[in-house]
Design a protein around this ligand. Sequence first.
Ligand code: NAP
Length: 395
Amino acid sequence: MRVREILLTGATGFLGAELLARLLTGPGDRRVTCVLRGSSDEAIAARGVDALSAALRRAPYASELRRITWTRGDLERAGLGMNPDQLSSLALRIGEIFHCAASTKFDLSLGEAERINVHGTREVLALARRAAASGEFRRLHHVSTAFAAGRRRGRVLAGELPPDRARHFRNTYERTKARAERLLRAQREVPVTIYRPSIIVGDSRDGVTRSWNVLYYPMRLIASRRLPIAPSGGSALLDCVPIDFVADAILALAGRDDTTGATLHLVAGRDAATVPWMIQEIAAGLARSGDPLPPVIPRTVGPARWWIVQQGYRLFGGARARAVATRFAQYAPYTRIDARFDDARERQLLAISRVRLTPPATFVPRIIDYALAANFGRATPRPEPAGDAAWSAAG
Ligand SMILES: NC(=O)c1ccc[n+]([C@@H]2O[C@H](COP(=O)([O-])OP(=O)(O)OC[C@H]3O[C@@H](n4cnc5c(N)ncnc54)[C@H](OP(=O)(O)O)[C@@H]3O)[C@@H](O)[C@H]2O)c1
């Protein structure tokens, strides 16, 4: 019997491309159908190959490309925007789905975030149902986030979901990722595994990343001496994990039958970094980079004082300072986290597959060095340090 194909969503994204690279270079020679949105088949294939090349760090071999089908589809549209024949043929071909596509923006309206993160998941589930109805569908692997647990404090177990009310979440991203989990858990026809990474950063071996949001924005402000004061509160836990760990862990756990039906943390857990430690590491990275000026180490203030500082920038700062204040406000809630994500079971399972998290003390300096050398993904060289330590510019 022919082994069914894998369907992957989000293959142009940070995590999806890493999964695709591993599916092609790992054991077996399964075919992968990548659903991507775009104006033409040529356009999606070009974007897919670019992302795959970045993840492989070389051009893909012809033998690898032959195993990929680039298929046009938009997760926000009914039936993925495909015609009924296409959908039927897909449902008969696929035996497993890795669903990575999402919007990771923190500032979307609830409706916008819902369209991709919830409706998109509903469409993927509908396809999985049709595939499962034909009897040979193994599992839907859904990538969620540890922050689907919302504003929980203390020890957080991977299955925890707060009630669906805005006050339990920091933003619409968390809330809609939680809604997507809820809809997957409410059904029984499709076997599902949910993976909950914390903040994903560059590769543990050399810091390389294609994604410059979340942690990298505050890092860039500090590196350019434009954040003289930073918020920090509670235990200020900053749980981040390298992209190679997340991709390796998902594939290792996906290969085990006993993870069916489970929700799994992919986190630093007891080894999580903290905001003050990260600030010191950025200063150390600047020194290593040969920066001639001493770093401006932000003074950390609690939430109440931070609110006053922000109002000051909003009311009395220039246009760019206001823009920075507005953008930074999205990340500020992540500087006062008291949640310690529990990963005891995941560590045990991953140890069997020899997938281990590199300690943050080892990988964080690497991601900082890479970010500084790459000027945070910007084409231009890193700007000259600001003369004063004002939160002045650089949106
Ligand atoms: N990055 C993190 O720190 C982090 C942490 C925890 C969990 N996660 C989760 O990990 C998963 C992957 O995140 P990521 O960082 O790889 O995100 P990403 O780099 O922003 O990639 C998102 C992917 O989703 C695709 N997509 C978005 N809307 C789509 C639509 N309407 N139809 C089809 N495809 C669509 C994008 O395609 P286009 O190229 O066309 O935009 C892209 O391939 C997400 O589920 C996210 O919630 C991420």
